[in-house]
Design a protein around this ligand. Structure first.
Ligand SMILES: Cc1ncc(COP(=O)(O)O)c(C=O)c1O
Length: 357
């Protein structure tokens, strides 16, 4: 038999994003389903973004700017970096794939906290590299263990802070100590900050400041969460220009579409909406945390737009919430059996959720 498909892909299964929301609601016979399973932003995008996207729609016969020039210029001004230190991707997801395509080879090792955001390990596997798991210490990233797992074969370390699915952060002092301990020929350190805008812990590090001292660091950020643009797929990497030069070699020429670029640019300009999103998440996270605490539930304090809640009978409870019109994530699907991962919803949804619990 002719061999067609790559051997290394045998352990993978296609990602199952679940049924479309409308189909699920129709099947359940509920008029509306609140999705608290995907860490989306229920406030929705800025009205200015919606207008800008509508205007841009008339130009979709033209290819987008392959270099996302205007967006990178705006981001550079905001972050005080150069445009050459920015690369815009079709969601942070694409950037994870670009890193794997540019850096990982068979025989390489990639240290990944376990559990954590699934695409890290998957991207390593696709590239034929070996994902080396570093177990969490409870709900926290164990930087000591991650450092011990780094060998001469380690090409990259994938960290996320706030962590998905635990919502905990890596604080500045231990992170700096970790980066210093990797020495002067370290692997790439990917610091995924997808949920950074929801952090209110004063010890959360400024990733951009760390770049000055650590040239192999790559920060990943996204417009999906704070700017509520998940459906348009815009994320970006901040890194040294020489690092991004490698990623640009494997990037598709027109990787970020026209509507996404315009939406992200306008979202950056609408600082009031950005701040409204941030305040909304922090306030509703507090409301949910207090309500859950009063009902005797335990969970790691969240620095993100979701909570990982320990529950008895997770699958049955998820089913009960679903029948009442609230979709949450079974922790078993993200490495935490006996938990539910619940995104922050609008106040009415959060109240309903608490009453069901
Ligand atoms: C930790 C983490 N990184 C990245 C992403 C993906 O971001 P994007 O929507 O920009 O691809 C997510 C999405 O849930 C996430 O949880």
């Amino acid at each position: 038999m002719r061999k067609i498909w790559r051997q290394g892909l045998r352990s993978l299964v296609p990602y199952d994003a679940g049924k479309p929301l409308e189909q699920l609601a129709a099947e359940l016979g509920v008029p509306e389903l609140a999705r608290l399973s995907a860490n989306e932003n229920p406030l929705g995008p800025s009205p200015r973004v919606v207008e800008a996207v509508a205007r841009e729609a008339a130009r979709v016969h033209l290819y987008p700017d392959g270099g996302a020039t205007a967006l990178r210029a705006a981001l550079a001004r905001r972050l005080d970096v150069t445009p050459g230190e920015l690369l815009v991707g079709n969601g942070a997801d694409e950037l994870i794939g670009l890193i794997a395509r540019a850096a990982f080879e068979p025989g390489d090792e990639v240290v990944v906290p376990e559990p954590s955001f699934e695409p890290y390990g998957i991207s390593a596997t696709i590239a034929g590299a070996r994902a080396v798991p570093s177990p969490l210490a409870g709900y926290a990233t164990d930087l000591e263990d991650v450092r011990r797992k780094v060998t001469d074969r380690t090409t990259a370390v994938m960290l996320c802070s706030p962590h998905n699915p635990t919502a905990t952060i890596v604080r500045e002092k231990p992170l700096r100590a970790f980066l210093d301990a990797l020495g002067d020929d370290p692997p790439l350190v990917i610091l995924d900050e997808a949920y950074r805008d929801f952090v209110d812990d004063p010890e959360y590090p400024d990733g951009v400041a760390l770049l000055r001292r650590h040239p192999r660091l790559i920060l990943l950020r996204t417009f999906s969460k704070i700017a509520a643009l998940a459906g348009l797929r815009v994320g970006y990497a901040v890194a040294r220009a020489e690092t991004l030069d490698w990623l640009n070699r494997v990037r598709e020429p027109y990787n970020v579409n026209r509507l996404g670029q315009v939406a992200a640019l306008t979202a950056l300009e609408d600082e009031a909406h950005w701040e409204r999103s941030r305040r909304f998440v922090i306030e509703e996270r507090r409301f949910l945390s207090e309500g859950l605490g009063r009902r005797g539930y335990t969970f790691p304090p969240s620095q993100s737009n979701f909570l990982l809640v320990k529950v008895p009978e997770a699958a049955a409870l998820r089913e009960k919430l679903l029948r009442a019109g609230i979709l949450v994530r079974d922790g078993a699907d993200v490495g935490f059996p006996g938990h539910l991962r619940i995104s922050v919803g609008l106040r009415a949804t959060n109240e309903k959720l608490l009453s069901l619990l």
